[in-house]
Design a protein around this ligand. Structure first.
Ligand SMILES: O=P(O)(O)OC[C@@H](O)[C@@H](O)c1c[nH]c2ccccc12
Length: 263
């Protein structure tokens, strides 16, 4: 079965003339009870899908902001199991597809089949597992077979052409085009070759291409959005939630829309 839900949510945005905006949140930063509130806020503010990060003790790809948010959530006792149960408890209210971002270990200890079943029961339509390369993804892929849960692949700036093609061929949901070399977090500028890179990715891929890493201002959302089908914003969203700065989140999301709302 082809994976439809996440891809359709992005395509629907694009058909309206908007870029897809996918915010990343750290589940349980500020306590597990913030999860529902934050998801419903982002949904209402116009997110196309929401990337829900699971706190983890060894988050190798995470920059400072996400790491600290993860530590706060771990202090609150948040685990993958608790997040899945919490998501299931309010899934009727969630209309945007959720994508879980977690490292491989928590999924393995959860159990691949149990994870697939609980995703289906919690409004989760995608998984991002940054430490699981395409070549190793067979077991998880088969656990997700017959579900509408996409295994989303990351492509780095340094991926060679054959690898880009292999990933594009296997891609489900969307391709996560990492726009900087290194870890997550706010950046001032992007590399010059980015436009060509995203152009090549879009040409190779039959699913949408979203740009993520280092996108933190409305200007970034507009300029990177123009080169892709949408953007993923993590650190800036996590910081804004931590500081209770909801207007900043709205402004970022509005920048992905054709019709920027009047202030
Ligand atoms: O924080 P940034 O630079 O806006 O990047 C998004 C990112 O945080 C989110 O998608 C993410 C958080 N942790 C990750 C690990 C790997 C890949 C992606 C992620």
């Amino acid at each position: 079965m082809t994976k439809q839900k996440v891809m359709q949510a992005i395509l629907q945005c694009n058909e309206r003339g908007d870029k897809a905006f996918v915010p990343y949140i750290m589940a349980g930063d500020g306590g597990l009870q913030t999860l529902k509130k934050n998801i419903l806020f982002l949904q209402e503010a116009g997110a196309a899908a929401i990337e829900v990060g699971i706190p983890f003790s060894d988050p190798v790809a995470d920059g400072e902001v996400i790491q600290q948010a993860g530590e706060r959530a771990l202090t609150e006792g948040v685990t993958l199991r608790k997040v899945m149960a919490e998501l299931a408890s309010f899934k009727e209210e969630v209309t945007v597809p959720l994508v879980i971002m977690t490292y491989l270990n928590p999924i393995l200890s959860y159990g691949l089949q149990a994870m697939a079943a609980d995703c289906e029961n919690s409004g989760v339509y995608g998984l991002i597992v940054p430490d699981l390369p395409l070549e190793e993804s067979g077991l998880l892929k088969s656990a997700l077979e017959g579900t509408d849960i996409a295994l989303i692949q990351l492509v780095s700036l340094t991926s060679p052409a054959e690898r880009i093609n292999a990933i594009a061929e296997a891609a489900e949901g969307f391709i996560y085009a990492v726009t900087v070399n290194g870890i997550t977090g706010v950046r001032d500028s992007f590399t010059e070759g980015l436009e060509d890179h995203l152009e090549r990715l879009k040409a190779a891929s039959s699913v949408p291409v979203l740009a993520g890493f280092g996108i933190s201002t409305p200007e970034h959302v507009r300029s990177l959005g123009a080169l892709a089908d949408g953007v993923i914003v993590g650190s800036a969203i996590v910081s804004a939630f931590h500081e209770g700065d909801l207007p900043t989140i709205r402004t970022l999301i509005d920048a992905s829309k054709n019709q920027v709302s009047q202030i």
